[in-house]
Write a protein of this length. Structure first.
Length: 180
C-alpha cells in the first residue's frame, strides 16, 4: 500500500469519530425516544464520507481506502452473518406465533417465585442445545421478558437473568482459555 499507518495524527484520525458522536447525540436530542427511527443511517454514511475526505486530504488513494474497508469487513463477516441469521430467526419466530405461544404456555407453567432461576436454567439449556447464546436472547429471551411483565416481575431483573447466561458462557470460555 502507498501509505503508512503512522501518517495521520491522533487528532485527525479521531476527527470523523468525534463528528459521528456529535451528530448521533444531536439525533438523540432531536428525536428522543424515536432516535432509532431518525436519520442514523444517513449520519453513519456522513461519518464515512467525512473519514474519506480526511483520507483524500492526506493523499490516500480511494483504492487503498477500499482495500482497508474490504480487509476490515472480511474480519467481521462471520459475526455479521450470525447476527443476520439470529435476527431472521427471531423475526420468523415472532411472525409465526412461536414467541407468543411461549408466552402463553410460560404464563401457565411459571410462577413469580421461581421465575428468575427458571430464566437462567431455560436460557442455559437452550444455549447449550443451539450453541448460541445470542439466539437464545433473541428468541426465548423475548418470551421470558414478556412473561415477566405479565407476572409483575421486574423486566430489568428478567433481562439480567436472560443475560446472566451470557456471563456464564463468557466465564466458561475464559476458564478454558486459562487452562490452555
Amino acid at each position: 500500500m502507498a501509505f503508512k499507518s503512522n501518517q495521520l495524527s491522533l487528532g485527525l484520525a479521531l476527527f470523523p469519530i468525534l463528528i459521528l458522536i456529535i451528530l448521533l447525540s444531536y439525533n438523540v436530542l432531536i428525536y428522543g425516544d424515536d432516535a432509532l427511527s431518525g436519520s442514523n443511517q444517513f449520519i453513519l454514511l456522513l461519518g464515512g464520507a467525512i473519514a474519506a475526505l480526511v483520507g483524500f486530504k492526506e493523499k490516500i488513494s480511494f483504492k487503498d481506502m477500499l482495500n482497508k474497508v474490504s480487509e476490515n469487513l472480511q474480519s467481521v463477516t462471520g459475526a455479521l452473518l450470525i447476527l443476520l441469521f439470529v435476527g431472521a430467526l427471531a423475526g420468523t419466530w415472532l411472525i409465526s406465533g412461536i414467541i407468543p405461544a411461549m408466552i402463553y404456555y410460560g404464563l401457565q407453567i411459571l410462577h413469580p417465585s421461581i421465575f428468575l432461576p427458571a430464566c437462567i436454567i431455560i436460557c442455559a439449556i437452550i444455549s447449550l442445545a443451539t450453541g448460541s447464546s445470542w439466539t437464545t436472547s433473541a428468541t426465548v429471551g423475548i418470551a421470558l421478558i414478556g412473561i415477566a411483565k405479565v407476572l409483575g416481575v421486574s423486566e430489568g431483573m428478567a433481562a439480567g437473568a436472560v443475560i446472566s447466561e451470557h456471563i456464564l458462557e463468557i466465564n466458561y470460555h475464559l476458564f478454558l482459555t486459562l487452562r490452555i
